[in-house]
Design a binder for this molecule. Structure first.
Ligand SMILES: C[S@@+](CC[C@H](N)C(=O)[O-])C[C@H]1O[C@@H](n2cnc3c(N)ncnc32)[C@H](O)[C@@H]1O
Ligand code: SF4
Length: 382
């Protein structure tokens, strides 16, 4: 395992409006002590040793809901603490990407913008409770390009209530005609305690059937292939390896990362931790204890093996047997001989014939991903 920490996630739990489907840790910004939050967030960032950091990801909530002054304070702290940042990503909502905000991001070294579009369809934007229009989404990409942000990614969603194949197709077509180099496409997860969930329970909306979901997946696959947007992870596509999200690869490679901010998660020195969610409690905790950890979980060796498989098999290239042995000093076969043989026999996984090392999900394996992954859970009695 790479024990150096190369990545940091920073959470901004504020939004200017709340979307109907969203279950992330976020609060309506107008009622929140935002400046004080930034003060304490900076304290938390400064509580770790100064060091080089390959990737920093500012996510949310909505980082672009912050004012330019607040963003500047945050960037200043990041640069005081971390040097050599190669990939600095900010999540953005289209309607908030004003000229001065984009210029501020560019001036502070942001070289990757992840814009939350979800769909270009007016009707579906409405169902999702998004605050932007199709045109605003398109313009935000061109603005980011004009100002010189190197890498632009869009978040899109599929499997939406009443979303037709045509609606998904036309959103993908619009996206693929924009100057972007990365797309994340997330199938909707209907989360309890969201407005959408309540509407669903009252039978006010209908979700796509399994057949439609399969058709959507196939359409995504073939449209992406046509424009050579290569799927490198279950939900993520990039024009080239250079444009893959280095930050997110940290998660899938099961490497260490810091998580800063309310509700953020981190993984450091063999311990997974999560921070307190509510903003006021987070602020109080940092003030009193100089940290805001809600819980810490030392990851056992058995869990590390499982996570290596679960996270790694999300990647198209799969998991490397050599890497497993390098990290844990035992062969992958010695831990997982039976499931590997069974899954290869049933054509759910295969060994990369080009290097004889990587093991990845086959097309069939992807369709039954949950079942495949369950084979890598190690029974405590073993
Ligand atoms: C939590 S948002 C944060 C960034 C920004 N505020 C935005 O709305 O794009 C990050 C992404 O998570 C995805 N997302 C949020 N809730 C989801 C859900 N219930 N199911 C699937 N994807 C979801 C959306 O695609 C969204 O762009
Ligand atoms: S999807 Fe983004 S903008 Fe919408 S509520 Fe969630 S974090 Fe906020």
């Amino acid at each position: 395992m790479n024990t150096k920490i190369n990545s940091a996630y920073i959470h901004i739990p504020f939004c200017k409006h709340i979307c109907t489907y969203c279950d992330f840790n976020k609060y309506y910004i107008d009622t929140q002590p935002v400046d004080e939050y930034i003060d304490q967030l900076i304290k938390e960032i400064k509580s770790v040793p100064k060091q080089s950091m390959q990737t920093v990801f500012i996510g949310g909530g909505t980082p672009t809901a912050l004012s330019i002054e607040q963003l500047k304070r945050l960037f200043k702290a990041i640069y005081e603490q971390f040097n050599g940042i190669e990939e600095l990503t900010v999540e953005a909502n289209p309607e908030e990407l004003t000229d001065d905000k984009i210029e501020c991001l560019k001036a502070h070294g942001v070289n990757r913008l992840s814009i939350g579009v979800q769909t270009f369809d007016a009707e579906l934007l409405n169902v999702l409770g998004r605050a932007h229009s199709k045109d605003q989404a398109i313009q935000s990409v061109y603005k980011a390009k004009d100002v010189g942000i190197e890498s632009i990614s869009l978040d899109l969603m599929s499997e939406l209530p009443n979303q037709s194949l045509d609606q998904l197709k036309s959103s993908l077509e619009i996206a693929l005609n924009l100057p972007i180099d990365h797309i994340s496409i997330y199938g909707l997860i209907l989360e309890p305690q969201t407005m959408m969930y309540n509407a669903y329970r009252k039978s006010k909306l209908e979700l796509p059937t399994e057949t439609t979901i399969d058709e959507m997946d196939e359409m995504i696959e073939s449209m992406m292939e046509q424009v050579q947007m290569k799927r490198y992870e279950t939900s993520n596509f990039a024009t080239s390896e250079e444009h893959q999200s280095k930050h997110n690869l940290t998660y899938w490679n099961n490497d260490y990362y810091y998580g800063f901010g309310a509700g953020a998660h981190g993984y450091v020195d063999g311990v997974r931790y999560s921070n307190i969610n509510p903003v006021n409690h987070y602020i109080e905790s940092i003030k009193k204890h100089h940290h805001a950890r809600r819980d810490e979980h030392p990851v056992t060796l058995k869990e590390q093996y499982e996570e290596f498989m679960f996270l790694g098999l999300r990647k198209t290239e799969g998991v490397s047997r050599t890497e497993f042995e390098r990290r844990y000093g035992v062969t992958l076969e010695s831990i997982y001989e039976v499931p590997l043989n069974q899954l290869i026999y049933h054509q759910m996984i295969e060994v990369n014939p080009l290097n004889g090392d990587d093991i990845y999900l086959t097309k069939k394996g992807k369709r039954h991903a949950n079942e495949v992954l369950s084979h890598f859970i190690i029974d405590d009695q073993d």
